[in-house]
Design a protein around this ligand. Structure first.
Ligand code: SAH
Length: 385
């Protein structure tokens, strides 16, 4: 279970996150979901990522780089292949967004040394809001020259690989519920007993038909999610790639708009605590909150900045195409019996259809004048859900 007791490393809070939320709602009225998410996840004093041991076996959830070093190694080789075909630029930034414990960056840097000249060309840069995780990344990456930034706009412009794993799902979203009278925004308020509860706002102005990709109306009760922060950051990455070159690899669980529309919209917000699902309002600031990523909206925002967005592929397909099984076979050769079992288990967890393999998707973004990366779908029909 996450270390959120407030006992050892962190200063004691004057009040808990729930009480701080209640005070804010009493003063300002119901809190929009995006503001609620920002507060409970990244507020410097109360935010989950700033206070809790979130990632890893001891934390609340496990991510792909924490499952196996192969994840970071393969992504480094994906980047190296582009770098070689782009004519080995002398300097390339390696920008990771939301690097968690720093494991993915450490594995990428380790593997990059196996391609002559590649490690020397890389300038590792981390975009991280949480001071607590930044300290963990510093420990994990001791021995490497790394630069930290609080947001992407602060990162100096240059040819870059932008890598993000489970970053976009932590960005704040807004939710609108389709009612018979129109759209109503979901916010967090306080009920008669004083507990935090969801409330629906006034009927909004825009017509239901605008919410689906096809233009058909979303059915009553359907939930529409707006991912403004996701669109903004994807647009920013696209604009940077368009000007300075490079490639982006964005990995997350998510959906396409045609998949969403077939379900009549859905509420993808979820809370996780101690590796189990929890109620969104049960332990604010002490559980991870995330929303599935709308890859259609993400890709569209990047395309509007002038880059190409090849069709999204499943993580399982992507990793197999870029050599997961071959890498596992090499590692197994010199491994003990126990370690062999761990490697086989990691392949299954990363690429198995019932595990991360299908739910997680990979979106690459590339400028028109850079080499087409490997591992992507051969054609659109192949991956369209
Ligand atoms: N990529 C890591 C961690 C994923 S958890 C892994 O795969 O293990 C989400 C990460 O994004 C954390 O490091 C969190 O602190 C960071 N984060 C969340 N919101 C952010 C924001 N708005 N800006 C920068 N980093 C953010």
């Amino acid at each position: 279970m996450a270390d959120c007791s407030g006992a050892t490393e962190r200063p004691a809070l004057v009040k808990d996150c729930r009480e701080a939320l209640r005070e804010r709602i009493r003063a300002e009225g119901p809190l929009r979901l995006d503001r609620f998410m920002s507060f409970v996840l990244t507020d410097p004093e109360y935010g989950y990522y700033c206070r809790c041991e979130s990632i890893g076996r001891q934390g609340d959830f496990i991510t792909a780089p924490e499952i196996s070093q192969m994840f970071g190694e393969l992504i480094a080789m994906w980047c190296a292949d582009i770098w070689l075909r782009a004519g080995k630029p002398e300097v390339m930034q390696l920008v990771e967004l939301g690097p968690g414990r720093g494991t993915l960056m450490a594995d990428m840097l380790g593997a990059s040394a196996s391609v002559a000249g590649f490690r020397e060309a890389l300038r590792p840069m981390l975009v991280e809001v949480s001071p607590r995780l930044r300290a963990e990344q510093r420990r994990r990456l001791a021995g490497h020259v790394v630069h930290w930034f609080e947001s992407l706009d602060e990162v100096p412009l240059g040819a870059a690989f932008y890598i993000a794993n489970e970053f976009f799902d932590a960005l704040p979203i807004r939710q609108f519920v389709v009612t018979k009278d129109g759209l109503r925004e979901r916010s967090v308020g306080i009920d008669e007993s004083g507990a935090l509860s969801f409330v629906l706002g006034e009927v909004g102005k825009f017509p239901r038909s605008r919410l689906t990709a096809s233009g058909d109306a979303m059915p009553e009760g359907g939930v529409f999610e707006d991912l403004k922060a996701v669109r903004e950051i994807a647009g920013e990455i696209g604009a940077r790639l368009n000007i300075a070159g490079g490639a982006a690899l964005l990995v997350d669980y998510g959906y396409t708009e045609s998949e969403r529309d077939r379900q009549g919209g859905f509420d993808s917000l979820q809370a996780v605590r101690g590796h189990n699902h929890a109620g969104i309002l049960d332990a604010p600031g002490e559980s991870d909150l995330s929303a599935h990523v709308n890859f259609s909206a993400l890709a569209q925002a990047a395309r509007e900045s002038g880059v190409l967005s090849p069709p999204v592929v499943s993580q399982g397909e992507f990793l197999k195409r870029i050599g997961l099984c071959e890498r596992a076979r090499v590692l197994v050769r010199s491994a003990s019996r126990e370690r062999r079992r761990e490697i086989a288990d990691a392949v299954q967890r990363l690429a198995g259809a019932g595990e991360m393999g299908r739910l997680f998707r990979v979106q690459a973004l590339i400028p028109t004048d850079w080499p087409m990366p490997c591992g992507l779908a051969a054609n659109v029909a192949e991956e369209e859900g």
